[in-house]
Design a protein around this ligand. Structure first.
Ligand SMILES: Nc1ncnc2c1ncn2[C@@H]1O[C@H](COP(=O)(O)OP(=O)(O)O)[C@@H](O)[C@H]1O
Ligand SMILES: [Mg+2]
Length: 333
């Protein structure tokens, strides 16, 4: 993909993204007017409970799902306005790493062929160069070169995820969407994959949309965090000091549900417990989508959807009637 040299052009610009699925039960409003950017070389985390629309955003960004509305601009090119054939040709520039490498890797192909396949599909280089590039990538993701002759079932879950990361990076994409890349893995090896993603991003400089339901993972990996609730972004906040900066009652609830390493802090921390499940996107509630579960909801929250507005800190956006724009970052009740 033609990479725009202008650093002011973000790696990804999503504007007013909407995705509806027509089903027998009605229209599923999976994503509802979502806007955000990912700067060049930036890792942006996308967090929220299961069903909030994170994967749908990721799939729309890489055009695996065409959006119902809004635009997706990658490196200055509006991919959402292109025909399928053009998108296919640009596909080397933006790739996706999926949750479960056991199902996303072809079981009948060797690691060598899996990792090299994007180069073959896009007719980039010759077979001998492919071999060299596969060796390079296996080394980068921390696998021995002998892995090339293996089949996915011969590898552990962590090794398989390393293979899918190697495959995603082989054509030097400018944007990588990683959708719950550690959620199917053993807790004991999740950290090594998170570190691998961080290291690769720092060394190779790609931009990354890192999707996870796990706030701690997102906070660890990402520079900025987007919090989604039932199809909408409710908060955009820097990941450093997230615990203190979280302003939306939903983000605060996610923060207080996440385990803290310090037992003293754990004991003294005020906990906001989320009750009930996320409502169905078949019939989202009016007003603020979160009001049914919000501990501080007022009348206005039940009728008027809040806008995503700047808070006091640069770059901090909050969609809550109770957080006044430009003022402090706590609900005013
Ligand atoms: N292909 C589809 N057809 C119908 N509904 C879908 C489809 N994909 C996702 N959904 C629905 O959209 C909502 C958001 O799903 P998803 O984006 O997978 O959320 P998340 O990744 O945050 O768990 C869910 O209610 C899900 O059931
Ligand atoms: Mg998902």
């Amino acid at each position: 993909m033609r990479t725009t040299e202008n650093p002011a052009v973000p790696a990804l610009q999503v504007t007013g993204l909407t995705k509806h699925f027509r089903t027998a039960a009605g229209v599923v409003r999976a994503v509802d007017d979502v806007s955000f950017t990912v700067g060049k070389g930036e890792i942006v985390g996308l967090v929220g409970e299961s069903g909030s629309g994170k994967s749908t955003v990721g799939r729309c960004v890489v055009m695996l799902n065409p959006p119902t509305g809004g635009s997706v601009v990658i490196d200055g090119t509006e991919v959402s306005a292109l025909r399928r054939g053009r998108i296919r040709r640009l596909r080397t520039g933006f790739t996706m790493v999926f949750q479960d490498p056991a199902t996303s890797l072809n079981p009948r192909m060797t690691v060598r062929d899996i990792v090299a396949e994007p180069l073959v599909i896009h007719r980039m280089g010759r077979a001998r160069e492919h071999d060299r590039r596969v060796s390079e990538l296996l080394d980068l993701v921390g696998l021995p070169d002998s892995t090339r002759t293996r089949f996915p079932h011969e590898l552990s879950g962590g090794q398989r995820q390393r293979v899918s990361i190697a495959r995603a990076l082989i054509a030097s994409p400018s944007l990588v969407v990683a959708d719950e890349p550690t959620s199917a893995l053993d807790v004991s090896i999740q950290a090594s994959i998170l570190n691998l993603i961080k290291d690769l991003q720092r060394d190779l400089g790609f931009a990354c949309l890192f999707i996870s339901h796990d706030l701690a993972a997102v906070e660890y990996v990402a520079d900025r965090v987007l919090v989604m609730y039932l199809g909408r972004v409710v908060e955009v906040v820097g990941s450093e000091g997230l615990n203190d900066r979280a302003a939306h009652p939903y983000t605060q609830a996610l923060v207080s549900a996440a385990p803290v390493p310090d037992p003293d802090e754990q004991r003294t921390r005020q906990r906001i417990t989320l009750t009930g499940d996320i409502p169905s996107p078949l019939a989202p509630p009016p007003g603020c989508h979160f009001h049914l579960r919000c501990p501080v909801a007022q009348d206005v929250c039940r009728v008027r959807p809040p806008e995503l507005l700047p808070s006091s800190e640069a770059g901090h956006l909050v969609a809550c009637h109770l957080v006044s724009p430009g003022a402090g970052n706590r609900p005013a009740v």
